[in-house]
Structure formats: structure tokens, C-alpha cells
Write a protein that binds this ligand. Structure first.
Ligand code: ADP
Ligand code: MG
Length: 448
């Protein structure tokens, strides 16, 4: 691994970059960066503002890792100090960067913090999020004139924040005169607390109540915060009464939130849309898109393999690509299924062992292989039945937390038949890609 013992590491980086970017870009973005400290573990840089930091990491992450110490994930170890004199808070170095940064852009006039990667064109659509995405696009193109409020709910890491920021980016670019705020519920509460402390509540109320579009992320954090709920509800009503657009996200539908009836009713006024986990094909498309962004070559087989094992959170799919890309880049290895399995094993999801029954396995296998459960339980030796029957026994051995004798009894077989079936399938799926997918599908379709 590279170290940074020599003080001229940074000058070497500058020389390298100078040859590869325009002189204007170099003068505007790179030249203003100052090296404050350089150790074997990390580099401390002073940048004039957050944009320079984002520019550097967005454009030269890979190149930085050639010159600057990196961590085990291949991430350059840089501490940034912002030297911008307009920042009022005392200057403290930002924490060491170990995850991909989330650069933020700011609209002039009032503060709106958006992740620059969360735009409509980077949001991959599939059957479980198409509806909510088109509702979001509808709102961004005609704010206040389609669904109001739009309430988006769904589990963690499924793209709610991405869509809220997508709407905000679109509005900032296409409706420049509209006043928009996109804020987390926590930040809204913090704003309120600050304004109470500073006796500027009126100013805050005025700010929020004169917006054209208000987007509030993670409204579940308003639960059990009675005073804040009331203020939020007043803001909400005031905006809706003026036909101003409101978009809310939550991990649950309105009716399941512990909020006042008044608040729940208001949130149900417009369109309540669910965002679900993308199906297998969409997950593969997301993986391929994220891999492309990171210049990682990923074959269809590997993408399917990962997508079959990570199925409840898009953020984890992203994490998988980050890990693989760092690993392949550092060790200069080709990305194979075995490598993916090795590196991602702890991210992979497996159905819990103890709650699965033989009956559920048989049902799932019967559905996937399009045979009857009674045939699987029967004695027919035709290939169409024998193979799925072996798959069921293989899955039972893998997933049921019982002795082999008990499993064998529930299938009406001997324990050596179960062992044999299990071994046979284990060998077959190593060679037969389509069988492996079918088995993965059975595994996933089993209702606990
Ligand atoms: P949530 O707010 O629902 O918890 P996020 O919007 O933060 O989830 O999404 C988690 C990560 O997954 C983000 O990096 C986001 O860009 C990515 N993501 C989620 N859904 C999609 C999608 N359909 N296409 C591309 N990226 C997605
Ligand atoms: Mg979120």
C-alpha cells in the first residue's frame, strides 16, 4: 500500500493531474488546495469550500488513491478543512472520508442540501417503484397541480430520499422562480428548536409558509413529538390551503403512524404511494448502473448472483458494488461469481433456518417448477418430478434446523435419500446456472 512519507506526494499528484485536465479546471479547482499535513496514514487538505472537496473526490478519487495513503477499501485517506471565511461556525476538520462522499449543492438565497447523485435519471425503474416515480415526476413538472400532498412510504434504502431529492433537483433546474425546501423531519424540528431559542419563530414560520414546494423526509420522526407535530400541521395546512405542493416520505403508511388524527387525515388527502423492493431484473439493472458509474466490469451472471442474494435494500446493493470495485481495483482481479461470494458473504441474505417447514418448501418448489405438491410427495421417477423433489430435499437440509432423521421423516424418505438428493443438487447447481437460479427463487419464495 502507498504511504505518504515524502512531503512531495502532493506535488507528484499535481503534476500527474496537470497533464490530464484543462488549465482552467486546474486553476479553479486544484490549485487552491493547500496541504496542511501529510503522514503515513493520511493527508490533511485545506480547501476553500465544500465544492472543491466534492470536485476533487468526484473527479479524482481513483487518481488520489495512486498517490495518497488508502484504507483497506482503497479509499484515499483525506481530512478536509474548509477555509471559507464566510462560514460562521468555528472551523473544525471534517471526519476522515471512508465512504463515498455525498456532495451537496446549495441553491442561492436559502439553504437546501441535496445529494447531487439523487436525480431522476439515476433512479432505475421497475414494477415496484414505477408508479411512485411517475407521481414524483408529475409533481416536479407541475408542482401543486397534480397530487397534493404526495405521501411516499416504504422500507429503508428503497429510494424515498432519492426521489425527494430528484424532485428538488428538477424544480431547481426547471422552475427557478419557485421557492422550494427539502428537509428531513429532524432538521425541521432542529430549525424550530433553534428559532424558539433565538426568538425567531415568526421568521421561521414565514419562511416555511411562503414556500411553493415543501418536501419533508422521514416523517416518522415526528411521532411522539407533540409540540412539533402541531407546528408542522399548521405549516402543512397553510401551504395546502394556498395550493402549494407538499411531498412527504415515511417508513409506514399514514394510518400506521402514531400521529394525531388530524395530521393523519391531512396526509391521506392526496396520493399515498408505496415504494417496494425492486424485483430481480430491476435489482440487476441497478447493480449494472452502479457498477458502470464506478467503472467496474460486471457480467450478467455475477449481477444476477448478487441480486438474488441481496433483495431487501438497494443501499446494500450499492454497498456491494463499492466493496467489489475497491477490491478488484486494488488487487487487479477479475470479478467472478466466486470472488463476489467471498467478498460479499456477510451481506448476503439467507432465509432464517428455524421457521421453515417441509410443507412450505414443497409449496415453493412446486410453484417454481410448476408441478403439484402431491407429485413431489409421490413416487414418480420421471425427470420432471424427480429433479424438483431433490431440490426440495436439498432446501430442507439447508434450511430446516432439525436433525436429518426428522427431515427425512417429514418427506417420508430415509436419511440417506435426503443426503444423496442434497449432494446431487449441490453438484448440479455448480454447473447449471439456470437450475441455480430456480433454486434461489424457491428459497426466496418460501413463506416462513
Ligand atoms: P430511503 O430514503 O428509502 O431509505 P435512499 O433514497 O436513501 O433510501 O436510497 C438508498 C440508496 O439506494 C441511495 O444511494 C439511492 O441512490 C439508491 N437507490 C434506491 N433506489 C434506487 C433506484 N431505483 N435506482 C437507483 N438507485 C437507487
Ligand atoms: Mg431516506
Amino acid at each position: 500500500m502507498l504511504t505518504c512519507e515524502e512531503r512531495d506526494t502532493w506535488s507528484q499528484f499535481l503534476e500527474y493531474i496537470k497533464k490530464r485536465c484543462s488549465s482552467t479546471a486546474f486553476d479553479n479547482w486544484i490549485a487552491p488546495i493547500k496541504v496542511l499535513e501529510c503522514t503515513a496514514e493520511s493527508v490533511r487538505l485545506e480547501v476553500p469550500n465544500i465544492f472543491v472537496k466534492a470536485y476533487l473526490l468526484d473527479n479524482y478519487r481513483k487518481e488520489l488513491s495512486y498517490f495518497i495513503p488508502v484504507d483497506e477499501n482503497g479509499e484515499p485517506q483525506i481530512e478536509f478543512v474548509i477555509s471559507d471565511t464566510t462560514i460562521k461556525k468555528p472551523l473544525t476538520p471534517t471526519p476522515r472520508i471512508t465512504v463515498p462522499p455525498e456532495p451537496q449543492v446549495q441553491a442561492p438565497g436559502y439553504e437546501i442540501k441535496l445529494n447531487q447523485f439523487y436525480k431522476f435519471d439515476t433512479f432505475i425503474e421497475g414494477p415496484t417503484n414505477q408508479f411512485v416515480k411517475s407521481a414524483a415526476v408529475g409533481i416536479a413538472t407541475r408542482p401543486g397541480r397534480s397530487y397534493n400532498p404526495l405521501f411516499i412510504h416504504g422500507g429503508v434504502g428503497l429510494g424515498k430520499t432519492h426521489l425527494l431529492h430528484g424532485i428538488s433537483h428538477y424544480v431547481l433546474e426547471n422552475h427557478k422562480k419557485l421557492r422550494i425546501q427539502c428537509i428531513t423531519t429532524e432538521a425541521f424540528i432542529n430549525d424550530l428548536v433553534d428559532s424558539l431559542r433565538n426568538k425567531t419563530v415568526d421568521k421561521m414560520k414565514k419562511f416555511y409558509r411562503t414556500l411553493d414546494i415543501l418536501l419533508v423526509d422521514d416523517i416518522q420522526f415526528l411521532q411522539n413529538r407533540l409540540n412539533f407535530e402541531e407546528e408542522f400541521c399548521n405549516t402543512f395546512e397553510s401551504l395546502i390551503n394556498q395550493n402549494k405542493q407538499i411531498v412527504i416520505s415515511s417508513d409506514k403508511p399514514p394510518g400506521q403512524l402514531k400521529l394525531s388524527e388530524r395530521m393523519v387525515a391531512r396526509m391521506e388527502w392526496g396520493l399515498v404511494a408505496h415504494i417496494g423492493m425492486p424485483d430481480l431484473e430491476t435489482r440487476v439493472a441497478i447493480l449494472q448502473h452502479k457498477a458502470e458509474q464506478r467503472e467496474l466490469k460486471i457480467s450478467n451472471n455475477v449481477a444476477f448472483f448478487i441480486a438474488e442474494h441481496i433483495y431487501s435494500n438497494v443501499r446494500q446493493l450499492e454497498g456491494a458494488i463499492n466493496r467489489l470495485s475497491a477490491h478488484c481495483r486494488l488487487l487487479d482481479q477479475e470479478l467472478t461469481e466466486e470472488l463476489a461470494e467471498k467478498i460479499l458473504s456477510e451481506l448476503f441474505q439467507h432465509a432464517p433456518k428455524q421457521r421453515v417447514s417441509a410443507e412450505n418448501i414443497l409449496k415453493s418448489v412446486a410453484t417454481v417448477f410448476q408441478v403439484r405438491v402431491s407429485d413431489l410427495k409421490g413416487t414418480s421417477r420421471t425427470k420432471e418430478i424427480a429433479l424438483p423433489r431433490q431440490v426440495a430435499m436439498y432446501l430442507a437440509k439447508e434450511m430446516i434446523n432439525e436433525s436429518l432423521m426428522m427431515i427425512a421423516a417429514s418427506f417420508g424418505k430415509t436419511h440417506s435419500t435426503i443426503l444423496h438428493a442434497s449432494k446431487t443438487i449441490e453438484n448440479k447447481i455448480k454447473k447449471d446456472e439456470s437450475l441455480r437460479r430456480q433454486v434461489a427463487l424457491c428459497r426466496r419464495n418460501i413463506d416462513a
